[in-house]
Design a protein around this ligand. Sequence first.
Ligand code: HEC
Ligand code: HEC
Ligand code: HEC
Ligand code: HEC
Ligand code: HEC
Length: 208
Amino acid sequence: MRLLWRALKFALALLTVLLVIAVGLTLFLSRLLWQGATRHPKAVALGVLVLVLGAAALFAALFGFRAAAATLPPQPMAFPHTIHAGTLGLECTFCHRTAATAAAASYPSLEQCMFCHKVVGKDNPNLKPLYEAAGKEQPLNWLRVHRLPDHVHFQHGAHIQAGLTCATCHGEVKAMTEVRQVRALNMGDCLSCHRASGGPTDCATCHY
Ligand code: HEC
Ligand code: HEC
Ligand code: HEC
Ligand code: HEC
Ligand code: HEC
């Protein structure tokens, strides 16, 4: 259903764009060719404007989806991997505890942060949101940076057990003040590694 809906939305967007371009072209050509461009500068300008808008809309329709995925979600507070995984050299699985064994890597709980921050950083203003959340006994709701569509199944455990490191797919997270997605992780990307490394390639491995 979701796939069908996406295809439909895309087709609609494309149709609208084509329509706008067609109208622009008609306006432009009819005035330009039949009555002379110099006598109708406004019509020519309008035609050009509509054409430019059409081209921009086409561009947005084709590339807008990617641009949207590149913006980062607003996190409940800034969390620097540079300090924790970089300077302090904590293991990734110290916080992402289930990455080597389960499907999801998981986020650390507030208690895990407080394990150190009960003591460290009391006066650091950047830690204020953490202490406020702890005071209210409210979890920090970290938002997803990487997110595959719902019809795709991913398994962290199998990949870590096969000897891959986090950096293979997530890059040098310990050097990131804000985690961003650095690898495509789309179907082509998954499949090309699976083909190269003897991973499964039948549709049902990744699709429900
Ligand atoms: C002290 C705890 C801690 C350590 C150590 C840690 N992380 Fe994280 N990680 C977090 C928290 C909290 C978030 C959520 C906030 C964010 O996205 O930056 C996160 C987010 C991420 C994300 C983004 C997940 C998503 O899609 O939403 C990735 C990828 C990640 N960490 C990888 C790593 C890797 C690789 C390492 C080791 C080099 C590592 N982390 C070490 C706490 C930690
Ligand atoms: C193993 C101990 C440890 C754990 C666990 C830990 N931290 Fe830290 N964190 C530190 C140390 C040490 C510092 C540096 C002290 C300072 O700058 O005041 C720090 C600094 C910070 C800072 C300040 C960064 C800055 O630029 O000023 C933030 C924010 C922070 N931690 C958030 C978190 C969050 C959120 C968690 C849980 C996901 C967490 N920490 C888990 C040890 C830890
Ligand atoms: C083979 C590629 C690959 C490797 C290796 C990998 N990840 Fe991921 N990671 C992904 C993908 C793909 C997603 C998005 C999954 C989804 O949306 O279902 C993700 C999501 C995450 C998330 C957020 C959602 C969650 O699963 O809780 C965290 C945190 C994360 N990875 C941390 C890690 C850590 C830490 C390691 C190393 C121990 C690691 N990843 C290794 C591909 C990988
Ligand atoms: C860098 C290489 C690499 C990338 C990238 C990669 N995989 Fe894999 N994947 C593997 C290997 C190797 C295995 C086989 C592990 C084994 O033999 O158990 C595997 C196994 C799997 C399995 C089977 C898990 C199980 O329970 O047996 C699934 C599902 C999977 N991958 C999904 C994905 C998806 C979805 C993506 C893209 C988002 C992806 N993989 C990206 C290397 C990769
Ligand atoms: C190794 C994992 C993997 C395997 C195997 C795989 N896919 Fe995918 N597929 C993905 C991922 C990840 C996405 C979502 C990202 C994307 O659209 O590229 C996806 C997306 C799709 C989509 C939706 C495209 C869209 O626009 O959302 C279709 C349809 C699809 N796959 C069909 C198949 C078929 C048919 C097979 C078997 C021949 C197959 N897939 C095998 C990982 C896989």
